[in-house]
Design a protein around this ligand. Structure first.
Ligand SMILES: [Zn+2]
Length: 423
């Protein structure tokens, strides 16, 4: 599920960044269950374990624990249709797996046997969330456990995980959200440990596609005039065996990634929670690590909760090299970078070895340009081809996540939706 081996040494400062998969027990829902995903009814109460104290062995000293918990909850409160309350608790352990828990949604960092056993011995994911729900798909409890075997901080300490980013991600699972393939989403399936440089290149906060996902679950209860339109469809059965298709919607005017989903061959999909506007739709098939060309599927208009259906291409298309890493400031680490509006930056992009020459790169948004004349291949790391290039971000470029693409000499593209965050 998670691509190991994409950690790459930076060419300026020689650091190894490791990506770690976020763990969750909330991943077994298939596309056929799309209409029946578990959700909360009414307010959510999260009990914060007393294990979150300055004495917690895997929290760096003097961490702003209370602040990180409060901010991660507040971030979801601002976009949720129901209340999210915090209470204190002396409880320590995740509820054992089974039909029912103890009814308390616990957030814990306690290094107890039960919590340690929740992670397999080799599992270095920073946290896991166990969700309990009824036969009627009502979530009754969700316990978040921070891995007792890894270190957390709130100040960017090298080699630790950012407590607030991890909590925000796990609270997303607690609310019923699944993983996203969009690197700029808080629900992206992996997270980078803090490096020696800074924390700039982790998404760290809730994006437009996360909000759409939440709205797709709770849309009925959201009191908003323009909530929630949707685009629905089905992945053709004549795609190649094992094909999964990434489908995403970008705001046509700004290029911002607003919704994304992954669908298996023959299954139905739904991009929901869309506000009023015009959306450009894209799809891209993959079979394991093999990626196929991006398809532009046209534009749909969403008005007052309207529903559009979308026809996906009935073939995978041509196989094409994929972007495997992207970086800025000399650090090539993950699949996400963050740039400031009104600035020019030099970025690095690595694509799979064996891809054609010449290669072009493009960002699918107005107001963000890659200077084609600046693209320069460098000798950087084995197994990939790495390019430097200048990116100009207009002062008026929309804040949020934009897509970056590689194009081969025939003009076919592979993209990472939402890999470039503009602040
Ligand atoms: Zn996760």
């Amino acid at each position: 599920m998670y691509r190991r081996g994409s950690a790459i040494i930076s060419f300026f400062v020689s650091l190894v960044f490791t990506l770690q998969a976020f763990g969750t027990t909330f991943i077994e829902f298939q596309a056929k269950d799309e209409a029946r995903r578990p959700t909360w009814r009414g307010p959510v109460t999260i009990a914060v374990s007393s294990s979150f104290s300055d004495a917690a062995p895997n929290l760096v000293n003097n961490s702003d624990i209370a602040g990180a918990i409060a901010r991660s909850v507040q971030a979801w409160r601002e976009v949720s249709p129901f209340e999210i309350r915090l209470v204190e608790s002396t409880r320590q352990d995740v509820s054992p797996s089974g039909n029912a828990g103890d009814g308390v949604s616990l957030l814990t960092i306690a290094p107890t046997a039960a919590n340690t056993l929740f992670f397999a011995r080799s599992d270095s994911s920073p946290a896991k969330t166990r969700v309990f729900y009824s036969r009627r798909n009502v979530i009754t409890e969700a316990d978040i456990v921070l891995n007792p075997a890894v270190q957390f901080s709130t100040d960017g300490t090298y080699g630790t995980f950012d407590l607030e980013a991890v909590l925000t991600h796990e609270i997303g699972h607690l609310l019923g959200l699944r993983h996203s393939f969009v690197p700029g989403s808080i629900m992206y399936d992996s997270i980078v440990q803090n490096g020696a440089v800074d924390r700039v290149n982790t998404a760290g906060s809730i994006s437009a596609s996360d909000v759409s996902e939440l709205r797709s679950l709770y849309g009925d209860s959201i009191n908003s005039d323009d909530c929630c339109g949707e685009v629905v469809g089905r992945a053709p059965t004549n795609l190649r065996k094992g094909a999964m298709v990434e489908v995403w919607a970008q705001d046509t005017e700004s290029g911002l990634v607003k919704a994304a989903t992954t669908v298996a061959r023959g299954r139905s999909f739904r991009l929901a929670g869309l506000g009023n506007g015009s959306y450009s739709l894209y799809s891209q098939a993959r079979i394991g690590q093999r990626l196929f060309e991006v398809r532009e599927l046209g534009i749909v208009e969403i008005r007052d909760g309207s529903r559009s259906s979308l026809q996906l291409e009935s073939s995978n298309g041509r196989q094409i090299a994929s972007i495997v890493a992207i970086g800025v400031g000399g650090v090539l680490a993950d699949r996400f970078i963050s740039l400031q509006a009104g600035t020019q930056s030099q970025i690095m992009v690595s694509i799979e070895q064996g891809s054609q020459v010449p290669a072009g790169f493009v960002i699918l948004s107005p107001g963000v340009w890659i200077d084609a004349a600046s693209v320069l291949e460098i000798d950087h790391a084995d197994g990939v081809r790495t390019f430097l290039m200048n990116v100009v971000v207009d002062e008026a470029a929309a804040k949020g996540n934009h897509s970056v693409c590689y194009s081969d000499s025939a003009g076919a593209r592979s993209c990472i939706a939402g890999a470039v965050g503009i602040r």
